[in-house]
Design a protein around this ligand. Sequence first.
Ligand SMILES: Cc1ncc(COP(=O)(O)O)c(C=O)c1O
Length: 329
Amino acid sequence: MPVISTPQDFNEEELYVDLRSIFGHPLVLKCEGFNFAGSIKLKAATEMVALAERDGVLRPGSILVESSSGNLGVALSMIAASKGYRFRCVTDFRCNLSTRQLMETLGSQVDIITADPDAIGGLLGARLDYVRALCASDDRYVWLNQYTNPGNGMAHYRTTAPAIARQFPRLDVLFVGAGTTGTLMGCARYFWEWHRPVRIVAVDSVGSVTFGGAPGRRSIPGLGTSVRPPLLDDSYVDEVVLVEEADTIRACHRLARRGFLFGGSTGTVVSGATGWLAQHDARELTAVAIAPDLGERYLDTIYQTDWVRDLYGADVLSSDELTAGTLAA
Ligand SMILES: Cc1ncc(COP(=O)(O)O)c(C=O)c1O
C-alpha cells in the first residue's frame, strides 16, 4: 500500500492494456496517466527539477518558467506547489481549457501566446522567444527547457524503459510518440544497450517537422513540433510513422467505445502502431506502445462533436466509431 506525503512520489508504472480484442493486432499499451499530474510528463518534470536543485540553479525564491503544451506545465505546477516554488507556464491556444484551469488551480501563472502558426518557427518558436525574454528580464527565472534538458530523456532511460523491459523480456517492437522526443530518446538509448535488438518506431503527426516533414496545421497537443527537437538523435530510431489527425481521432473514439478514455497522443500512437503491425507479419511479435495520458482533458476537443466536425469534417467518424456522447448529439 503506497502512502505518500508529496504528490510526485506516486506513479503507476506497471499497468498495461492488451489491445488485441479492440484492434485485432498483438499490441500492449503502457499506461502512463495514473499519477497526480495525470501524464508521463511527471517523470521528466521530476528529473529536471532534481537536476536543477542538485546543480544549485533552482533555489528558494526561484521562479520556474517553461514552454509547455500542457502536460509538463501541469506536472511542474504540481511539483512547484509541493516544493514552494512559483511557476509560470508559457503555452498557446492549443492548450486545453481544463489543463489551463488545472495549472491555475495549482497556483501557477499561465501565459497564452498568440502568433501566426504558419510563420517560421510557428507557435513553438514564439513561445520560446517569450520565455527567453522573461529570463532576460529577471534573474530569478529558471528555465528548465524540456527541449534541451538531458533530464527529460534520462527520466525515461531510468524508469519507463526498464519498467517495460522487466515486463516484456522478449520485446520486439516499441512504438513511442515524439514531442520533445524525451520519451523516445530515453527509451531508444536504453534498448540500444539491451540484451536483444528492439525495433524503435517513432510515431509523429502529419504536419510536424521533427523527422523532416513539411510543416502543417496540427490541433492536437502533445506530439509533433514546428522546430526540430534538439534532443532527437535519428540514429537511434529505426522507423518513423506519420499519422493524420483524423486517424488519431478515430483511434481515440474507438478506444472510448470500449471504455478506455485516452488522450490524443495515445490515439496517434495506437493508430500508427496498428497501421505498422498491419503491414508486417506481426503474429509472433511482442509489441508495446506508450500511452502518455488519459482522455478527460480532451472532453472539449477530441471528444466533442462540433470540434471534431469543424476541424476534420462530418465524415471523420463512421457510426461504429462514435462515442456515446457523439451519438446523443
Ligand atoms: C499528451 C502527450 N503525449 C506525448 C508527449 C510527448 O512526449 P515527449 O515530449 O517525451 O516526446 C507529450 C509531451 O508533452 C504529451 O503531453
